[in-house]
Design a protein around this ligand. Sequence first.
Ligand code: ATP
Ligand code: MG
Length: 464
Amino acid sequence: MCNVSLNGTQPSDASLRVLRALEAAGLEAWYVGGWVRDALMGYPSHDVDMCCSGLWQESKAALEAAGIAVVESGIKFGGITAISDGERIEVTTYRLDGFYTDGRHPQSVERAASLEDDLARRDFTVNAMAWHPERGLVDRYDGQGDLERKLIRAVGDPKRRFNEDALRMLRAVRFACRLDFMIEPETKRALAECAPLLDAVARERVGIELEGILSTGHGGDAMLRYPELICASVPELAAGRGFDQRSVYHAFNVYEHIARVLTVAGELALCDGVAPSSSLMWAAFLHDVSKPECFTVDHAGSGHFYGHPELGAKKARVIMDRLALSHDLVRDVCLLIKYHDKPLRPERSCLLNMMRALSGEGVDTARLIDELMDLKRADTLGKAPSCFYYVETIEEMRALAHELLKAGEPYTLKMLAINGGDLIRAGVKPGPELGQLLNSALDAVIEDDIPNEREALLVHLNLN
Ligand code: ATP
Ligand code: MG
């Protein structure tokens, strides 16, 4: 039993068993970091992190003596994972070092003498609290106060902390977005100033943090509040800052437009109470990344961006590959960007052709057509109010797309009522002609409403 509760939150029995096993061996152990923060905020069941006075070998021996399985998950940094009743609990030696991720520091740990030293090395005040069921809360940096004030504040001098590890800047933004906190002014200033340090961080880690930011659905806020850092993460976005679109359809410059689109796209998911889709968030984030380089002005002085979706899709691939994002995610995002601005009408053939374009190996076309409508909706609402009427058409198109999907209307060769074998049996020689004929059969079903039936298609192809 615990005699000091944490805002009413009780730790799990499995994690308590780990703590007791460590202490039975004469070590000192604490709940720490995100679990304490989230428990104080009343958020349930966060992964448990513990820190412990023992070397990892001592912690491991103590846990195994109590019959708790151990995985040597991060021994380079003094960390092991205890598996207690199926729950994974990270146990880390009090450390003086080892959070650094920019490659400029030794990737090892020096052991700290005390819990206080360990907490001093943690990134933000709200993450630098420790709790023990009998000894209570240790909060040297007023993390509780910052939780109440809804602030992300660096522990110590923010510039020094960001110089030590530049990834912390993106962590700050991720926590601010996730918890709906502001970044405390001095920390925020340091973030703008130290943004170029992000260059030293492995792109893959930047990708993981950006994904974390976008997945909160509040990436648009991050873009508007912390533009230096966002542009340090994706330098290709910088050209859009302050870029006047010179168009009656646009009330905002390119960068602000992107931010607004990202905000609306995030809200669409959050309003539905679901996690925002990664592909939709990344597509919104990068959909106009090529606008500045496609800019032209016509004789009337109006700006145009011909070709920006195609070029944007190519650029998004380069950016996302650099950030080591998954192949499937990149594929879906590039499709959404490529087609985000393609004129579309609420007509059967128009929508089937769009679904045809949004199909391919491994692509979930039903999901993607919905996300394309989300992106178009968000894109529209990020323009000038005179464009907002188009939202109704988008919703009409969405409804029609759902109907077509439900009716099983074909939009890929595989969905046709005939296949290559049928054509060969009807006398067509194997070779490229087969593909051409199947494509023209699909054209006929989509464009001319020829029924998707074997006989009708063979008649249409003059093969009966
Ligand atoms: P979540 O897991 O929900 O994203 P968390 O706070 O648990 O949030 P982790 O990345 O799991 O975050 O890290 C656990 C703890 O380790 C943090 O709360 C923080 O105290 C510390 N920490 C993690 N990364 C760093 C870092 N780069 N610099 C300083 N402290 C860090
Ligand atoms: Mg964690």
